[in-house]
Design a protein around this ligand. Structure first.
Ligand code: ZN
Length: 247
């Protein structure tokens, strides 16, 4: 048996028998781990309330290296991100990011860049009332970390350089198409030059916050459509929490 100590976020939980639950943790050090923990409150110290998303925890789990299921040894609350638990829109945004991390990661495969991205973006989320562009930048950074950066410089089909004008984007091919290739590929969308400039700038700056002024609502919709199409194509599925963002 070995002890594993790491900062962690809960991705989701499910019941196991009458008293236990399986807590799926996204840990900074060890990636995603499945951990058995008590569901009932201990009379001495209540930590069962920590097993929910959007709380930064310090967790110690134990088990044999490489096994599928670990046991919780102890857990402490490091940061509560309180505003996210008090505002429905921020809560839904945080849960969407949590689901994205869950779908994008494999068990016992550490991705510390994604852990930092989640932690930093949740921190920024506590300080905003309009999280829409923050979510787009989170999606873009996540795609980049996973190796799915959208191709915005050359035509994704023929590699020809692109003109400085509105272009066609293919979610399936993961990039822009030149004027010649655009009409030959199905299921594409047109992206305005303003939206493209925003994306290119965001990719170059590599940060999640404060990189440029918020674009117009129309451009925000374009960016959402493009990134959502590319994400679901890369991940191979729709996100359950995505529909709740638009309630
Ligand atoms: Zn082309």
């Amino acid at each position: 048996m070995a002890l594993y100590h790491s900062a962690a976020f809960v991705l989701h939980t499910y019941k196991l028998g009458d008293a236990d639950q399986i807590v799926v943790l996204f840990t900074q050090e060890f990636g995603k781990l499945r951990v058995v923990a008590r569901r009932s409150h201990s009379p001495r110290r209540s930590t069962a309330g920590y097993y929910q998303p959007l709380l930064l925890l310090n967790a110690i789990v134990y088990g044999r290296p490489g096994q599928a299921l670990y046991r919780m040894h102890s857990v402490d609350l490091v940061q509560a991100f309180r505003p996210l638990h008090e505002d429905f829109l921020l809560l839904r945004s945080g849960l969407y990011m949590t689901e994205l991390i869950d779908v994008a990661t494999q068990e016992r495969a550490p991705v510390p860049e994604l852990f930092t991205l989640l932690q930093e973006t949740l921190q920024h989320l506590t300080q905003t009332a309009t999280p829409r562009m923050l979510l787009r930048l989170f999606e873009l950074r996540l795609l980049t970390v996973l190796g799915y950066t959208p191709q915005l410089v050359h035509c994704v089909q023929c590699t020809r350089n692109l003109e400085a004008q509105a272009q066609t984007f293919s979610p399936r091919l993961g990039g822009l198409l030149c004027l010649r290739c655009g009409p030959t590929v199905p299921h594409t969308s047109v992206v305005s030059l303003v939206a493209l400039q925003f994306l290119r700038h965001a990719l170059e700056s590599g940060t999640t916050m404060g990189i440029q002024p918020e674009p117009s609502v129309m451009v925000q919709q374009e960016l959402e459509c493009l990134l959502h199409g590319h994400l679901t194509s890369c991940l191979g599925r729709e996100l359950k929490s995505y529909a709740f963002l638009h309630l």
